[in-house]
Design a protein around this ligand. Sequence first.
Ligand code: SAM
Length: 207
Amino acid sequence: METTPTQDEWNARTLALLEDAYLTAPDSRGGSGFTGDAARWQHARRVIVSAIDRDGSFFDVGCANGLLLESVVAWAAEDGHRLEPHGLELSAPLAELARKRLHCSADHLHVGDVTAWRPARRYDFVRTELEVALEHERRDLVQRCLAELLAPGGRLILCSYGSSSEPAAPLVAPLRQWGFDVAGSAEVSEGGTVITRVAWLDQPGIS
Ligand SMILES: C[S@@+](CC[C@H](N)C(=O)[O-])C[C@H]1O[C@@H](n2cnc3c(N)ncnc32)[C@H](O)[C@@H]1O
C-alpha cells in the first residue's frame, strides 16, 4: 500500500521531476514549465493580470526562472499598474536564474518551501498554485498565504494550469467548499479547453 508522502518527499519529487527539465529547456518559457511560443505564453498567462487592480508588491510562489514575474510586471504596466517583483522558489539554481533575469538580489527572490518558509515582510499580491503543497494540505496553504504572506488588504491569486489535452483543474468550487470567499475569477481557453484558471481572495484590510 502506498503511504502519503511527507512535504519533504513531495518537494524532492517536484525537484526530481522539474529542475533539470526547466534548467535545460530550449527557451525561457520552458524554464518556467511552459511549452509554446511567446504568443501562446501571453495568451495563457496574461489572464493572471485580471486580478491586479492597483500598484504594489507581487510575490510569485514557485517563481521558477522568473519569466512569469517579468511578464506580469510588463503586462500590469500596460494596464497602468506598477508592480514590484518578489518570489520564492524551491530550486536554488532556478532562483538564481530568476535573480539574474530580474536583476534582483536574494532579499527579493528567495529559496525555500512555501509551506515552511518564514517571510520577513508582507506582500500586496501573492500568486500560487495549489499543487505546491500535498493534496490534504492545500486548504492550509491558502490559509497560510492569507495569514502570513499577504499585507492587510492584499490579494491572494490562485492559478491552475492545464494544457490543450488536459483542462486546468477547477479552483472556485474547491475554494468555496473550504469556506473561502472568492472575490473574482477568470479563465482562458485554447481550442475549447480551459488552459488557465485564476481565482482570487481578498485579505480584509484594517478599517
Ligand atoms: C509550474 S512552475 C510555475 C512557474 C511560474 N511561476 C508560472 O506561474 O508560470 C512551478 C514552480 O513551483 C516550484 N515549487 C514547487 N513546490 C514549491 C514549494 N513548496 N515552494 C516553493 N516553490 C515550489 C517549482 O520548483 C516550480 O519551479
